[in-house]
Design a protein around this ligand. Structure first.
Ligand SMILES: CC(C)(COP(=O)(O)OP(=O)(O)OC[C@H]1O[C@@H](n2cnc3c(N)ncnc32)[C@H](O)[C@@H]1OP(=O)(O)O)[C@@H](O)C(=O)NCCC(=O)NCCS
Length: 182
């Protein structure tokens, strides 16, 4: 299996929107009504929102391609683009999603290690991410990379309140493990 990266540009917007919606539905569909999903897609994944995120110089987006097929994607943020500002000088992995059909084959590892490597090339102190408290599969994946819980964040979804755990790992410990230095 040949996995490669492709930086996502503005003209890939509709491909990004398609995989963003499909992976969100595959991951959280069972927990949301169709109306809640549509509402989320029409705001978070509207062409206007995605275009402005793609043009934001503090964000980076990548596809993982398996052969020529889009199998997953990554959204990384620094500075003002981060969804929370709890940690000073931090690097956020906001989205890492692999299509169900491609999970368990190393695509997530490929994307996450790319994110960690990019974080190691910055002057940031922390890499962090939010994970839904009921997303056990992703939590185990991050545990494997020694990410630790440092905070939590509650947010309304329709008429319920969900909780995200915030996990972090120091860039210095990643550089030590992956053999890179600033
Ligand atoms: C979490 C996710 C990104 C992992 O990607 P993946 O392609 O399935 O994972 P990989 O096949 O690359 O696995 C990488 C490594 O993690 C391990 N791993 C993957 N999922 C795991 C799990 N649920 N529990 C424990 N280990 C896991 C694999 O065994 C592998 O270890 P190895 O390198 O020692 O063989 C993917 O399942 C996904 O997209 N899930 C849905 C979206 C989601 O929840 N995103 C995160 C939102 S916070």
């Amino acid at each position: 299996m040949n996995i490669t990266f492709k930086k996502i540009h503005l003209d890939d917007l509709m491909d990004l929107r398609a995989i963003a919606m499909q992976t969100f539905r595959e991951t959280f569909g069972h927990h949301n009504t169709e109306a809640e999903l549509e509402d989320y897609f029409n705001t978070a994944f509207s062409p206007e929102t995605l275009a402005s995120e793609l043009m934001d110089l503090d964000s980076q987006h990548y596809f993982a391609l398996v052969d020529d097929a889009i199998a997953g994607y990554l959204k990384l943020n620094q500075g003002a683009a981060q969804t929370e500002q709890e940690l000073a000088n931090a690097f956020e992995v906001q989205r890492i999603y692999v299509l169900k059909a491609f999970q368990g084959q190393g695509v997530g590892k490929f994307l996450f290690e790319k994110a960690l490597q990019l974080a190691c090339e910055t002057d940031c102190e922390w890499v962090w991410l939010g994970v839904w408290d009921q997303n056990y599969k992703a939590q185990r994946f991050y545990e494997k990379y020694k990410f630790e819980r440092f905070s939590e964040h509650q947010f309304p979804v329709g008429d319920k309140v969900d909780t995200d755990w915030m996990l972090r790992r120091s860039v210095a410990s990643l550089q030590a493990e992956f053999g890179q230095s600033k």
